[in-house]
Design a protein around this ligand. Structure first.
Ligand code: SF4
Length: 323
């Protein structure tokens, strides 16, 4: 006799889901938008960052890897097309995907002359099967002409600009050498918002930053809920070899977050975020070879399952406590 016990997906109260997920996954968003699975392809266009080259600061954010937080992109010595082809080939060995989302991830992808940006963005959009463009950058690196150009592009295709905020607390921003304030972030955020409603804006947050309490992490999410971006990514702070943070970790000046605290914090954050904000990710994706801590974060599926389990057991979902 077939079991009559309902599956979690059948009793899931969260509206933006076709599985047991009680939050609005990026995968679900892409499937709804394009009618099929799409794969993100991370690219390194060879940019640098004003926080590294001295324009804003030197040395970068204390956790920034040599690859400018673009550890999954291929080498910038390869052309965008070569990087793209390598990743598409790998993905097609696993899934039958025909649509792809080029993701300019490494360093600050609006930090160049307008001519250079136009050439890079056009080349990324011309890649075969490309459905749009995802641009990772800093909110303090959005000159008017660049924002205007992105708004023009967004009239023709799907463009997301991802802003690395990490924390809304300025004291933390100073500690991690982010080299811009929350007010600077808001200025860049609203420059995009006011330029075109067609530009999707994603905000990238990091849990477990030095000196931050759970209350700080929840406060950041409450601020994000107020400004209501299209997408929010939540990442765990990784201690990577060769970074300033690695030195702090070795000197016991920094203690990474435990899995249980991370899961509990993420669950609370999800309940505070409005239900229509797409959750771009809930775990980090640092290079495994360079990861010093926390090592539990390598088991991403376990972390995601624990988040699902806690949401289910406590009958919570994204937006349940949002104002
Ligand atoms: S803004 Fe990004 S690329 Fe620049 S230093 Fe910070 S983490 Fe690295």
């Amino acid at each position: 006799m077939p079991s009559s016990k309902p599956k979690q997906r059948d009793i899931n109260p969260f509206p933006h889901s076709d599985s047991n997920k009680r939050y609005y996954t990026f995968d679900y968003y892409l499937k709804k938008k394009y009618g099929e699975k799409c794969a993100k392809i991370t690219l390194d266009a060879g940019f640098t960052c004003p926080n590294i080259d001295g324009q804003k600061s030197r040395g970068g954010c204390i956790y920034c890897s040599a690859r400018g937080s673009g550890d999954f992109a291929q080498s910038a010595y390869l052309s965008l097309r070569e990087q793209y082809d390598i990743q598409v080939k790998k993905i097609r060995q696993k899934w039958n995907v025909t649509r792809f989302l080029p993701y300019l991830q490494a360093h600050t992808n609006t930090y160049a002359s307008l001519d250079t940006l136009q050439a890079v963005y056009s080349a990324a959009l011309a890649l075969p099967g490309s459905v749009g463009l995802h641009i990772a950058t800093r909110a303090d690196c959005l000159p008017g002409a660049t924002v205007e150009y992105i708004a023009e592009l967004a009239e023709k295709t799907d463009v997301t600009v991802e802003l690395g905020l990490q924390s809304a607390k300025d004291e933390t921003a100073r500690l991690i050498n982010r080299a811009h304030s929350y007010e600077d972030f808001l200025e860049g955020y609203y420059a995009l918002r006011n330029a075109s409603s067609r530009i999707r804006v994603a905000v990238h947050l990091i849990n477990g930053l030095p000196g931050e309490t759970e209350e700080d992490m929840l406060n950041t999410v409450k601020e994000i809920a107020k400004i209501h971006p299209n997408e929010c990514k939540i990442h765990l702070l990784h201690v990577l070899k060769g970074t300033v943070l690695a030195e702090w970790y070795k000197a016991e000046r920094y203690i990474p977050m435990e899995q249980e605290a991370y899961v509990r914090t993420v669950v609370k954050q999800l309940t505070l975020l409005p239900e229509d904000i797409v959750i771009g990710r809930l775990t980090g994706d640092g290079s495994e070879a360079d990861l010093l801590a926390p090592l539990w974060s390598k088991k991403k599926t376990i972390v995601l399952n624990e988040i699902d389990k806690m949401l289910y057991c406590q009958n919570l979902w994204q937006g349940k406590c949002a104002k």
